[in-house]
Ligand binder design. Sequence first.
Ligand SMILES: Cc1cc2nc3c(=O)[nH]c(=O)nc-3n(C[C@H](O)[C@H](O)[C@H](O)COP(=O)(O)O)c2cc1C
Ligand code: SF4
Ligand code: SF4
Length: 421
Amino acid sequence: MNTKANWLGITLKNPILLAPLTLISHKRIEEHVNYYERASKSGVGAIIVESLVPIEYGKSDISFTQNDLLPIESGLSKNQFMSFALLGAPYPNILSIKYGISLIKEICKQVTEVPIIGSLIGNFGEEHDVIAAAEMMAKAGIKGLELNFSCPNIMALCGEEEKDKINLIYRHTPSLSLVKSIKKHTGLGIALKLIPGCMPSSLDSNIFRYIDGITYSNAHLGIVPPSIESPPFGSPFKRGFNWSYSGIYGPFERLLTYEVLVKIKKDPIYKDTKLSIVGGLVEEKHIVESLLLGTDTVQISSAILWKGFKFVSSAVAFLEAFMQKNGFASLDDFRGQSLNYIDSCATNLKEYEYCGAEKPHNQLQTVTITSKCIKCYKCLGMCCLALYQDENNTVRVKKDLCSGCGWCQIICPVEAIVRES
Ligand SMILES: Cc1cc2nc3c(=O)[nH]c(=O)nc-3n(C[C@H](O)[C@H](O)[C@H](O)COP(=O)(O)O)c2cc1C
Ligand code: SF4
Ligand code: SF4
């Protein structure tokens, strides 16, 4: 069985990439490199190093720590993780160019088991700064480059009010000249990391001649709900803004990630575009689902914070077991297979239309209540007109009102409700 995948022209032992993940706490370069050494032993197909900012900006002193910083692989409980995922990480240490290049040099020297891919913030700094940074990264030894146009923190920082204050140059999407120059000067395989709001159709189509793949999606910027305690109902944070810095990531993102993946895979224009997806893939089976929906590679990020590097080996084992069980010799044997069952949202929804507007009612399935019923009446608590209690307190179904939606089956604690044609 062969789990090999190709990304940015590099052959990987499997399609699971460590997503760029700016460490929340680290002190010295040795500790930083050590993290990547451990990552390389986890079984990942490739490592994408956390993003570099192409200029000296912000806290270039990476000894910056805070008492409440969360350690990497913190072994957070599920509940802790959920609040972390919703409210964002504490301010991460953005890597400015000088420290970033020395870090990449060390990583490429010491971590040799898996390909090292660099990540560079593309929407920040003058174009020539970004090109120069990419060149330095290539010289430092990276095997491919992800140009990051998806960082929620940069987007929040570069919001209209902030932009003037800190005089940032901000571009939302890459220009053709930027991508072309980076390709010319580095010769590396290039992926663009984009947010779902920036679909390929919004880019200059010539850009596709110079890139080797697209990475969707990322941690989205969320709005933290306003405080409703007292006027003027502003931000609940003392810092004064509602943007959720560090975005919203983890399990909340997965369905959105799949939506973007399917949209692109279904569009014949992009049939040859290689895709990597990231966002919400936090269980082993999510890797298989993503491949079935047509991605070339997957990236994991929150799962590492939440479950540690051991998640990678169990995800690889799960993928292998899935392939073995179904007799797949390579990823190509099943990649994209599930796309055949997603015609379009509209076609799928027709199947579920209330009371079967598209089909004669007698062709629809309904449900029936069996003798397993324990009369807990949970099903009657739902807003369904088809269910009622007869004079003997038995639950009955009015077949002509039942659309066969199946919600009562989900709610019934003892599987007393079954389908009938
Ligand atoms: C603490 C933290 C730091 C991150 N740093 C980066 C980064 O440097 N570059 C980048 O492209 N994405 C970064 N991301 C985004 C991840 O690569 C990933 O796209 C996002 O977390 C969604 O995936 P997930 O749901 O698996 O977490 C970071 C995410 C987290 C949680
Ligand atoms: S939820 Fe199930 S067990 Fe409870 S009343 Fe309805 S059919 Fe009976
Ligand atoms: S299948 Fe749907 S419509 Fe029919 S009884 Fe159950 S909840 Fe009501």
